[in-house]
Design a binder for this molecule. Structure first.
Ligand code: GDP
Length: 477
């Protein structure tokens, strides 16, 4: 087994530059990403008073590795999350979409809440919807390092237009690199003005196709059902453009969408299969738990034996209740599953002892110097729109050849939970200008280790960010 210089430094809690420097003195010219064998790593470690312990455990080797060949890849349904401002009709639209499902129509429309459902279209296609609308769940999954959404449906009420959470949803989707299809909802209402919505969207960089851009917008009414089928077709179209494929013929991997302890059935969790096919009887590891698939239920509560890519199923047979966002992997045997789970549990305890650090303005230059980052990401909040614009423009100009400043979200208003979660998942810093964190947001920021900086004078913002970019920012005590 090998370890890179950078990893070794991290595990010893020593600055990487220091390790590189020390190794140079020892006559070893190395770069950060260079691998060291156990002997060399041992020598270097001892220089810093550490010992290398061989654990001889390679999780990756045990997780069935499989190189997919192009012939094995098959088209899979898109996985969609609905987002938008409160009361713009996310829940209603989901209901309306459920009614468009031809299969549940036959079965009398009975659906089981498992966190996602699989809509069958009249043309034989399928689209899978995550059942928790809004960007909280989306961001939480991202914060756990998992990305399950292929397309975001952004619901905008035609009588209200783009509002605060609409903007947040756009920023979250963009930060995650997920394409947006816009559902202009409440088109049945007398005050509906879809063109106004398109204009506001274009101001945010989402130029509608009818305006010559490439953002799909569909006018819908969740109330009357108008346009819902077209929306589903557009999602199919978008997924064709994305060329979503997976290899169904291998052991399954996916992520947990939600999990709970069921009185009668023990720990159960909804797994969204992302590649391979999950089968009854499979042994698996999920987070720090091992398990075996005892039974699977689909989104109609019907027992199934198989679940392929993009399909959500409720699985019974976890060794403990996993967390939403945990990765789920089928392995060769129960024994292997237990080995990996035990190893992960140990690692988790280790990690908890040495708390992780996120980007702070003071720590940024070092990360940059170590080659970990090339851009400083910022979430900017200010009291008035004029300040937002001035800051975004001025901050954007601060970058240089080595480093870019990227404002991933900018808006007026107090610093809220969404800002902190966006910063957390994107490793960004929150800049507040004449605004402060509201309510419990400071606590969330602390828990997420997000750096929030508040200012009252524009040049101070620019001074500090410039200083951070050049390594001239003195640590705060
Ligand atoms: P959410 O907060 O985004 O989930 O919004 P809801 O789905 O709860 O909808 C908020 C309100 O708008 C409810 O009173 C719905 O009945 C209403 N509503 C949702 N969609 C439509 C629509 O297409 N037309 C009309 N007229 N009302 C709608």
């Amino acid at each position: 087994e090998a370890i890179t210089v950078g990893d070794l430094a991290k595990r010893m809690g020593v600055k990487a530059a220091e390790v590189v420097g020390r190794m140079m003195k020892m006559g070893m010219m190395v770069t950060l990403n260079q691998s060291l064998d156990t002997d060399d790593a041992g020598i270097v470690a001892s220089e810093f008073g550490f010992e290398i312990e061989r654990v001889g455990f390679e999780e990756e080797g045990l997780l069935a590795a499989h190189e997919d060949s192009p012939e094995e890849m098959e088209t899979r349904p898109p996985v969609v999350t609905i987002m938008g401002h409160v009361d713009h009709g996310k829940t209603s639209l989901l209901d309306s979409i459920r009614h468009a499902d031809v299969v549940s129509g036959e079965a009398g429309g009975i659906t089981q809440h498992i966190g996602a459902y699989d809509v069958h279209l009249p043309n034989g296609g399928q689209v899978v919807f995550l059942d928790t609308p809004g960007h909280e769940a989306f961001t939480q999954m991202r914060a756990r390092g998992s990305q399950v959404t292929d397309v975001v449906v952004l619901v905008v009420a035609a009588d209200d237009g783009i509002m605060e959470q609409t903007k947040e949803a756009i920023s979250h989707s963009k930060a995650a690199g997920v394409p947006i299809v816009v559902a202009i909802n409440k088109i049945d209402k007398p005050g509906a003005d879809p063109e106004r919505v398109r204009r506001e969207l274009s101001e945010r960089g989402l130029v509608s196709e009818s305006w010559g851009g490439d953002t799909i917008t569909v006018e819908v009414s969740a109330k009357t059902g108008q346009g819902v089928e077209e929306l589903l077709e557009m999602l199919q179209l978008q997924s064709e453009v994305l060329e979503l494929t997976a290899n169904p013929n291998k052991p399954a991997r996916g992520h947990v969408l939600e999990a709970r302890l069921d009185k009668g059935r023990g720990p159960v969790g909804t797994v969204l299969v992302q590649e391979g096919t999950l089968k009854a009887g499979d042994s698996f590891v999920c987070g720090t738990f091992a398990g075996k698939v005892r039974s699977m239920l689909d989104d109609r509560g019907k027992p199934v034996d198989l679940a392929g890519p993009s399909i959500p199923v409720e699985v019974q047979g976890f060794g403990g209740v996993p967390e939403a966002g945990d990765e789920f992997s089928v392995v060769d045997s129960e024994k292997v599953a237990r080995q990996i789970a035990d190893h992960r549990a140990m690692k988790k305890r280790e990690a908890e002892l040495s708390a992780k650090t996120k980007t702070s303005l003071e720590g940024f230059f070092e990360k940059m110097a170590e080659g970990e980052v090339q851009e400083l990401k910022l979430v900017v909040k200010a009291d008035v729109q004029g300040s937002v614009e001035a800051l975004v423009e001025a901050l954007g100009k601060l970058g240089n050849d080595q480093v870019k400043v990227n404002v991933i979200h900018a808006a007026t208003g107090a610093i809220n939970e969404s800002d902190v979660m966006l910063a957390s998942t994107s490793d960004a810093i929150v800049i507040g200008f004449n605004v402060r964190p509201m309510g419990k947001v400071s606590e969330t920021a602390e828990a997420e280790r997000v750096d929030i900086r508040t200012y009252e004078v524009i040049y101070q913002v620019l001074d500090e960010v410039t200083a951070a970019l050049t390594g001239m920012l003195a640590p705060e005590f």
